[in-house]
Ligand binder design. Structure first.
Ligand code: HEM
Length: 412
């Protein structure tokens, strides 16, 4: 097959629940046959190129010829961005949608808050939250590990950092979930339009939060950002809303999947679980391995070729929409030995679960801390933890970029 034919062959539906449940066979096939595969993504007109081999994935993530702001790659008449309701547009200007100096400016405003030194101080609080949630599970004797634990731990922590009150946290999640569900299902514009009440409620909440903290600052990140003007740099009203939404969403929607998928991997690999219980020192490397094989973000967010570029022998014209297959790169046998095997003592931690290059995950230290404490406390507290349904019956969430379970029923 010629290279051109190769990348034209039919690729899997990478947003489907079926792909999320079992991505490795499709990824292995793509790496062998279509290292740059054409895929379609809901809400995006035209096709996207999915990069599937580790070496190419790492190169694209680092390469500044692939930009995040479509305006840096396409002519004004040809932007063809996914349609979004007007009410959501204020949230579109984030560090994850910008390049160069603008990206640097936005990221710089919150860098210190998520730096390893600051995050390390949160460990006692993470332990306390985990402990409280585990006691509630113990009292019930059973749990949905996603809703009762994996979600609440990171949601509590990121909400406390930002300053989101308890009563608002799960409401925000409900609104955001309804958007994710709508955009995962194709015919996005209509479905998103039907979600307008949720979108408006979410925006009202964000505006109220920012206005309240501006008026009566507290010791939290939203208050600091709302007053950032005093120190020089200032966020516009919309930039502030967008920053809060990005941090809140990125701060729990990903880590919930590390904790829940990670627990599933342990429960379905009992020998590895025994090994981890016997050697708590293994917890750090174990989290890296669960990040690699679980890949909570399975496909990176979109990038655009700023100029004509060749990847794996495939010519990508200027303006092409390029997606990096993180789960595929993380399970590439050209990079990792026996990549489909869970090996908690694996020494190679060069996975790309947190991305690479300028947009490398800002929250990686926090996610690692939460993963280590959450999974470590869980397996210590419940020596007999087990699934109540066969793993094949578990349901996975459809959607762009995130890979996670709908629920994980366990007895403890
Ligand atoms: C296991 C948990 C997590 C995983 C797997 C994860 C994964 C990622 C990945 C792959 C990217 C890069 C996306 C791309 O280049 O297209 C990213 C970026 C980002 N993550 Fe995370 N993340 C996690 C937790 C968090 C947490 C807890 C926060 C809280 C602040 C966070 C905040 C961000 C932000 C703000 C960016 C954008 C950085 C930039 O554009 O410079 N993430 N994350």
């Amino acid at each position: 097959m010629s290279t051109t034919e190769t990348h034209r062959a039919v690729a899997p539906d990478i947003v489907s629940a079926a792909f999320k449940a079992d991505p490795l066979p499709a990824c292995a096939h793509l790496r062998a046959e279509q290292p740059v595969a054409r895929v379609s993504v809901p809400g995006v007109s035209g096709e996207a190129y999915l990069v599937t081999r580790y070496e190419d994935a790492a190169a694209v993530l680092r390469d500044e010829r692939f930009v995040k702001d479509v305006r840096n790659a396409r002519d004004p008449g040809n932007l063809r961005r996914p349609w979004v309701p007007g009410a959501l547009k204020p949230l579109m200007h984030t560090m994850l949608d910008n390049d160069g100096a603008e990206h640097h400016r936005l990221r710089g405003l919150v860098r210190d808050t998520f730096a390893p030194r600051y995050v390390a101080q949160l460990e006692p609080r993470v332990q306390q939250v985990a402990g409280e949630l585990l006691e509630r599970m113990a009292a019930a004797g059973k749990a949905d590990l996603v809703a009762d634990y994996a979600l609440l731990l990171p949601l509590t922590l990121i909400s406390e950092i930002l300053g989101v009150d308890e009563r608002d946290r799960l409401r925000f999640r409900r609104w955001f979930n309804s958007l994710v569900a709508a955009s995962a299902l194709g015919s996005t514009s209509l479905r998103l339009l039907l979600k307008l009440p949720d979108i408006l409620a979410m925006m009202r909440f964000l505006r109220r939060l920012v206005a309240e903290r501006r008026e009566r600052p507290r010791d939290d990140l939203v208050s600091r950002l709302a007053g950032a003007g005093e120190d020089g740099d200032r966020l516009t009203g919309n930039e502030l809303l967008a920053m809060v939404a990005l941090l809140l969403i990125a701060g729990y929607e990903t880590t919930v999947n590390l904790i829940a998928t990670g627990t599933l991997l342990l429960l379905t690999h009992p020998d590895e679980l025994v090994r981890l219980r016997q050697d708590p020192e293994l917890m750090g490397p174990a989290v890296e391995e669960l990040l690699r094989l679980g890949s909570p973000v399975d496909v990176a967010t979109e990038r655009y070729a700023r100029e004509d570029v060749e990847v794996a022998g495939v010519a990508l014209p200027r303006g092409s929409l390029v997606l990096v297959g993180i789960v595929s790169a993380n399970t590439d046998d050209a990079r990792f030995e026996e990549p489909e095997r869970l090996d908690l003592a694996r020494e190679d931690h060069h996975h790309v679960a947190f991305g690479l290059g300028p947009h490398y995950c800002l929250g990686a230290p926090l996610a690692r801390l939460e993963g280590r404490v959450a999974i470590g406390s869980l397996i210590r507290r419940f020596p007999d933890l087990r699934l109540t349904v066969p793993p094949e019956q578990l349901r996975w969430r459809a959607g762009v970029s995130l890979r996670g379970l709908v629920s994980l029923p366990v007895v403890c």
